[in-house]
Design a binder for this molecule. Sequence first.
Ligand SMILES: Cc1cc2nc3c(=O)[nH]c(=O)nc-3n(C[C@H](O)[C@H](O)[C@H](O)COP(=O)(O)O)c2cc1C
Length: 362
Amino acid sequence: MAGLFDPLRLGAFEIPNRIIMAPLTRARAGREALPNELMAAYYAQRSTAGLITSEATGISREGLGWPGAPGLWNDNQVEAWKRVTEAVHKHGGRIVAQLWHMGRLVHPNVSGMEPVSSSATTAPDYAHTWEGKIPYVEARAATKHDIARIVGDYAKAARNAIAAGFDGVQVHSANGYLVDQFLRDGANFRTDEYGGSIDNRMRLMTEVLEAVGAEIGMERVAIRFSPNIHSQGVDEASPVLLFKAVAKRLEELKVPWIEMREPRQKTSTGALPTEPVSPVMREHYSGRIFINADSNWDDARQLVEEGAIDGVSIGRHFISNPDLVRRIALDAPLNEGDSSTFYSGGAQGYVDYPTLDEAKAA
Ligand SMILES: Cc1cc2nc3c(=O)[nH]c(=O)nc-3n(C[C@H](O)[C@H](O)[C@H](O)COP(=O)(O)O)c2cc1C
């Protein structure tokens, strides 16, 4: 029986335990989308995670709409990320970069450009911008020329990630961002070969994975989905059918591991999940499967022990518990997180959560 504390091979490298840190946007990189010393300290503190997934990181100016989130499209960003990856490696950890194009969720106020998506649609609710929350604007439908350029941007960002010292990349195909806007039928109304049938809707995801894999080797490439919840206006009429096809495609492409945000009950943000799709994906995909179950990692732990999945991914508890792995091992109490500092910038609520040892010494 596999347990959370057993090592596991993920393509090119091995992780010492199966508790991975979920990607978490923390908005500390400023207007130039540049990582800094504070971010290096934050990630280094969390390097006992089996694997760290970085916060979502823009592949291009066009694709990044979150104020203060980092990027990986220019040489300054590559240089700046080096201090983060070096700090994590020095502390014995591993880190992959989550590659992000936000599609219609980019507000021109942040990117300075018109947003693109699968189709001409407007996301619901409000965009976080430098001037606070404002309504989204309508995106234009990407042309085939745009799609080819965007696929190239993913490949370049992956190359940059390796140059910056990351151990690999995770393509962000969850939470209603660009790849998800093509994948799920709630946002893709195209009538060309990128829309309509499941095969067509998977085309952008496939092209991105192929391009990134050709650039850095598929053994360093992962992908994240949020298949059973409605995300920022993006949903799917037949999630089981779609993700069964996705699993077969990932198997053909030899993607070594995937992460699924797949809650089993109403999430803390009120999203109502539909049927989980990881069981059917497991039948068609032989790579590793990590589940992010909205804090319900007790259930996830049981799924690992039953062999239904290979590991768990945890978000918010990693924000407030830098030594989360040790706390889980000891069944020790957890620090409470403060959501008012999730995106507030600065050190407070970022690098000042105590470890068990620090709490004892205080
Ligand atoms: C502050 C914050 C930032 C997040 N940023 C990202 C992100 O950059 N990329 C992503 O895929 N998901 C992101 N998420 C979603 C988390 O990865 C995770 O799926 C969610 O928090 C549920 O897991 P948890 O209950 O373990 O926190 C974010 C969530 C929070 C609370």
